[in-house]
Design a protein around this ligand. Structure first.
Ligand code: SF4
Length: 433
């Protein structure tokens, strides 16, 4: 077995083990009297939650895992039977359906009830409605942390102060009440220092996609890589160990001139380099990925892998300013960015990663991502000069994945890139996007 293979296996094994340990601990939490805090991915305050020895649960992660395991269709049907409309975010219905079916989580173990719902509000109104439903379901306390939307494309100093005040006056007291522990700022600083170490390694992994061939897939492969960072493991020793192992593995692949591991092996020969906007379809994740790899297309960067932090643009959790850094982090999550910032981000990825094009996957039930995507398509094409493709599917509702439509659209898109290339080689402008 090659060195690369050994390293690859190590990071995957580490991730599998840490997730299994976390879910086992969650299952035992009620009898061990360990407090449990439910929270969302964008703007999650994992370092703070863990500084109180509480365990985080991320309902979005449970929903997407249910999608990958083909369980979400039944959960959504269950939620619709109890009155939730077809248009409601499929993550919400999947989560509600899972709770009604016994709350067995993605690891096959029972999830504990929340002791606290910690809602960091980062741009999606559905987050509020979702936790209102869970508050009713579990009859537990909830605390609302309002993150002002970056309407003008930047975090204003008074908004930062407003967030720090909420952390001090509302979030921390709520955590103190449910855990019975006092706020320990030194502990929080230690966790934040661990986060920054892992974030450095994650960024090295993300930016390895600038190499040719890219040793990673910046969307399909990277959703696995960002999993620990975006969920329960930021600010932990396990998280640091995982990202160190992953970085070593990716650097070894890059040094060996190898592409990423994809559903059919290693994608070393890469014909198209793409940027992707929008979440993937979890119910058909592998089929969707194969539509790209069959055409030898590799994704070099994506916006969805920044919902839990835009570390590649320089942000790191800073232990010297514990509450300020949490405010900065929450404000910079992708869902909290306005449309011009999103356009700029995609155009920048296309430039810096030398992409041939970009694909927008518009998600039927996610307004937070889908609103404005047609404007994004036009603006990014105008700015970057590369063509975009627009496809539609859903997160975890299997009824909205039309395999043939998406495949056709992607195939014509790749043909169009080819014809532009031929046109450029012949000295002409090629087909219009
Ligand atoms: S609408 Fe989109 S961003 Fe909001 S909770 Fe649902 S999936 Fe998440």
């Amino acid at each position: 077995m090659s060195r690369t293979q050994v390293l690859k296996d190590r990071s995957m094994v580490l991730q599998k083990e840490m997730i299994a340990r976390h879910f086992a601990r969650l299952e035992q939490a009620p009898e061990r009297h360990e407090p449990v805090v439910y929270t969302f991915v964008p703007g999650n305050l994992t370092e703070l939650i863990r500084s109180f020895d509480a365990l985080p649960v991320l309902p979005e992660i449970n929903a997407l895992q249910s999608g990958m395991r083909k369980l979400s269709g039944d959960y959504i049907a269950e939620a619709e039977r109890s009155g939730h409309s077809e248009d409601v975010c499929a993550y919400v219905k999947c989560d509600i359906g899972m709770a009604k079916a016994g709350n067995i989580g993605p690891a096959g173990t029972k999830l504990p009830k929340p002791d606290l719902l910690l809602l960091s509000y980062t741009g999606c109104y559905t987050f509020m409605k979702w936790f209102e439903l869970l508050r009713e379901e579990y009859d537990c306390p909830a605390v609302f942390f309002h993150v002002p939307y970056q309407g003008d494309g930047a975090l204003e100093p008074e908004h930062r102060e407003y967030m720090i005040r909420q952390l001090r006056e509302q979030v921390i007291p709520a955590l103190e009440r449910v855990t019975g522990r006092a706020y320990d700022e030194d502990r929080l600083r230690q966790n934040l220092a661990l986060s920054a170490l892992a974030e450095d390694d994650l960024v090295a992994v993300l930016q390895s996609a600038k190499r040719k061939p890219s040793p990673i897939d910046g969307y399909f492969g990277t959703v696995y890589y960002v999993g620990p960072m975006f969920s329960a493991f930021r600010g932990t020793e396990e998280g640091v160990e995982y990202y160190r192992a992953l970085r070593e593995e990716v650097e070894a692949r890059a040094d060996a001139g190898l592409g990423p591991i994809v559903p059919d092996g290693s994608l070393d020969e890469q014909r198209y380099r793409l940027v992707v906007e929008g979440p993937p379809s979890w119910t058909h994740f592998r089929d969707f990925w194969k539509m790209f790899t069959d055409e030898k297309a590799v994704v070099v960067a994506s916006t969805y892998t920044k919902v839990g932090g835009t570390y590649d643009f320089g942000f790191r959790h800073d232990p010297r300013d514990p509450l300020g850094t949490l405010a900065d982090y929450c404000s910079g999550c992708y869902t909290n960015l306005n449309l011009p910032s999103r356009v700029e981000m995609i155009a920048r990825y296309i430039r810096e990663y030398e992409a041939d094009g970009f694909v927008i996957n518009s998600i039927k039930s996610c307004n937070s991502f889908s609103a404005g995507q047609l404007m994004i398509l036009r603006e990014v094409e105008k700015r970057s000069g590369v063509p975009g493709a627009f496809i539609e599917s859903d997160l975890v509702d299997p009824r909205y994945f039309s395999q043939a439509n998406i495949k056709n659209r992607l195939e014509s898109y790749f043909q169009m890139i080819e014809s532009r290339r031929r046109g450029a080689a012949a000295g002409g402008g090629g087909a219009a996007a």
